[in-house]
Design a protein around this ligand. Sequence first.
Ligand code: SP5
Ligand code: ZN
Length: 357
Amino acid sequence: MKVVYSETHLGHRPELEVQFGVPKPTPEVPARAEEVRRALVGDPRFTFVPPTEHGRDPIEAVHDPGLVRYLEGAWSEWQDWRRAENVTTAGDAIPDTVLHPALREGMEPMAEPTAPLARVGYWTFETMSPVSAGTYEAARSAVDVALTAADLVLSGEGAAFGVCRPPGHHSPRSAFGGYCYFNNAAVAAEYLVRHTGEPVAILDVDFHHGNGTQQIFYRRGDVLYASLHGDPAREYPYFTGFAEEVGAGPGWGANLNVPLPRGCTDQDYLRLLTRAAEAVAAFGGSILVVSLGLDTFGLDPLSDLAVTSALYGEMGGRVASLRRRLVVLLEGGYHLPSLGANTRSWLVGAGAGAGRD
Ligand code: SP5
Ligand code: ZN
């Protein structure tokens, strides 16, 4: 199986997040993608290829061009602001105020503000996705990784894996958040729709609901979004991911959320996976995009499931049995000691080295 990887992600080094009222180191660190690379690079079942540049058009096909423009200039405007205001203690760009809809309820929509602190709170929806030096370049590169994996499948590969970092599935059309800047899977899915003229299904197995991907395609009938995730009644992102969210307008019925209970075992997971797999099987198209998060793992600091490493090979096998070509993209996964091996098990289960290359 071809693996798309670029070291550009190394320049994205966010420092901290604020949780439960205290700053702490973020789990979304460069070592994540390096652990995945290390687990695959010496294995003859995998062949590494670099991404090719695809420019900003495929990104702007699913994201507000204003978001792309903001992220492009965010670090330098943040530094200019620090210099101008003589702020010597500030770190990465993190908002103090975000544009909660209630602030301007019943009023005219807010135009993009000009002050750097206002702008970061205008373009993100939370405080855990800092913009640091190298964030934009890494986010652009993660999209190129995803699109190069899509190209490989378009040119006849049965499957390809993109080591995307930063991840993408939390970013909706017009905001970033959840450690995500550009929605790699959504950009790839839209690119595949446009290149094949076929519908495209997305299966999201990250521990968190992919609120961004759901939002982008919520009114689209040609892109299925199916996700298994920790129940938003108790888990991030809290406000989306409920079973009642089934799509709207032309997208009605093309969105499937399967919330997972706390303590969910491998057997529970596989039983619930059947529901999502059936939805994918019933949907048209020959290509499946997989948002592969490994943060379902029981030891992951963000997970509250009881999932073991044995799940991943089995899950890959069930997904491969759908007999779609696979564009598999890395999302979350924060338990560094298991991340590489669990990723490899998933890909081998999906057929890496056994003809689906
Ligand atoms: C791509 C991805 O996996 N993004 C995840 C973003 C989650 N950010 C919020 C983390 C909240 C962590 N809560 C820890 C609870 C410990 N039991
Ligand atoms: Zn996650």
